[in-house]
Design a protein around this ligand. Structure first.
Ligand SMILES: Cc1cc2nc3c(=O)[nH]c(=O)nc-3n(C[C@H](O)[C@H](O)[C@H](O)COP(=O)(O)OP(=O)(O)OC[C@H]3O[C@@H](n4cnc5c(N)ncnc54)[C@H](O)[C@@H]3O)c2cc1C
Length: 376
């Protein structure tokens, strides 16, 4: 077993950090802009795992995760990291993995260079964790599908150019009757909702999207009719492993900042870090970071080997998201009153970690997967 990175992976990690720190300047409390998105394209962050012939970098999951980790480390703003990862893993990857050549050639170059913004639309009011209970339908009519329904939470939705939409083409077949379609924002009948006001990942715009008698050409179908559930599960394998590397990066930055504060801040005649209670909290932060990091790397490695990585990915998603929240609480506590000062950024890290146990399948759903893989 070799735990070292290749020289190219090390260089990539360092390059992503320095480029993001030097070039990506975010405005606090504001949505990211098209210009910032194009910059992400220019830094080659939008197509990390997309084949090179469509403008991506063709990285495997482990190298992709390491790049996303660098992005999460370098960017104080997690919203743009989340937006990029959602775009890549839940919109571009399903097209790359299951689309036909024409679909890939139409969408992937723009999704990689940033001229297109992608989103994933599956969740509905009545279909959250119970995702395959979705009601949005796509009825075949000639050379098109007529799509009707409402998606209740779409990250990047207010600004996206195209959506990977999951709809039922055959309700009688349930899970096997779901189909994935690329719906373009200008299609008549696409109604984009107002952006939500959120407490986390504030620079990521999100909204509901309604489809009213929306005519979507058959050419926009990803894979075959009825393959939607499989495609979604595959995209979640990418998202649950690689997107969460952003939180590994955030935890690394958080630990560095908290260690530095604990060394410099003095109370009762000595540095905070010399009080055992504080030192132990920092030791726990380090333990959770490294344990969840190893689970994530192993999950990506298994996935890259073509092995069944369902269990590893669920363990990793669960560990990283729970560690990110606990790390956020510890960092805030150690910073005392500074921790809740929004200009200081420590509280923001906690807020940005909070939804990580909800999106991409909640912690309860990950526990269910793990239990089922244990044969329960
Ligand atoms: C920041 C963020 C970004 C998102 N982006 C997108 C996006 O881009 N596209 C998209 O389609 N969706 C998106 N979502 C939606 C996300 O996928 C859902 O929020 C998630 O699947 C949970 O669904 P829900 O919110 O309806 O909660 P529910 O499913 O109603 O769950 C509520 C609570 O009950 C628990 N629960 C539910 N069922 C069970 C059970 N059987 N056993 C035990 N506990 C259970 C859950 O774990 C959770 O704690 C996003 C959500 C967030 C927070």
């Amino acid at each position: 077993m070799d735990f070292s990175w290749l020289k190219e992976q090390d260089e990539l990690y360092t390059r992503v950090i320095s480029q993001v720190q030097d070039r990506l300047h975010m405005q606090p409390e504001q949505f990211w802009t098209r210009a910032q998105w194009l910059l992400c394209g220019d830094m080659r962050l939008l197509g990390l795992s997309i084949p090179e012939r469509y403008g991506g970098s063709g990285f495997n999951a482990l190298t992709t995760a390491r790049s996303i980790e660098a992005f999460g480390y370098a960017s104080e703003d997690m919203g743009i990291v989340f937006s990029v990862a959602a775009h890549l893993f839940a919109c571009a990857m399903p097209i790359a993995g299951y689309g036909d050549e024409a679909l890939k050639s139409r969408f992937l170059p723009g999704l990689c260079n940033g001229t297109l913004i992608g989103a994933n639309a599956i969740t509905e009011e009545g279909a959250g964790s119970d995702i395959f209970a979705l009601q949005t339908c796509a009825i075949r009519e000639g050379d098109a599908y007529i799509v009707d329904g409402c998606k209740s939470y779409v990250s990047n939705g207010p600004v996206a150019d195209c959506f990977v939409v999951y709809a039922t083409t055959n309700p009688a077949h349930g899970y096997l009757g779901i189909t994935a379609l690329v719906v373009e924002k200008d299609t008549p009948g696409v109604i984009i909702g107002e952006p939500f006001h959120k407490m986390s990942l504030k620079s990521t715009p999100a909204c509901r999207i309604t489809f009213q008698c929306c005519r979507v050409p058959i050419a926009n179908r990803i894979g075959n009719e009825g393959q939607g559930s499989l495609i979604f599960k595959h995209s979640m394998q990418w998202e649950r492993s690689c997107l969460f590397a952003a939180y590994i990066g955030q935890m690394e930055r958080q630990l560095e900042r908290t260690l530095s504060y604990a060394r410099q801040r003095r109370q009762f005649g000595k540095a905070l870090g010399k009080h055992q209670a504080i030192a132990h909290r920092l030791a726990e932060m380090k333990l959770r970071l490294e344990a969840s990091r190893l689970l994530l790397y192993r999950a990506c490695w298994r996935f890259d080997q073509g092995q069944d990585a369902l269990l590893d990915i669920a363990l990793s998603k669960l560990a990283v998201s729970e560690a990110a929240i606990l790390g956020g609480l510890d960092a805030m506590h150690i910073h005392g009153s500074l921790g809740i000062n929004s200009e200081y950024g420590i509280g923001t890290m906690l807020c940005d970690a909070l939804p990580s146990t909800i999106f991409s399948g909640t912690s309860e759903m990950q526990h269910d997967i793990i239990a089922s893989e244990l044969g329960l």
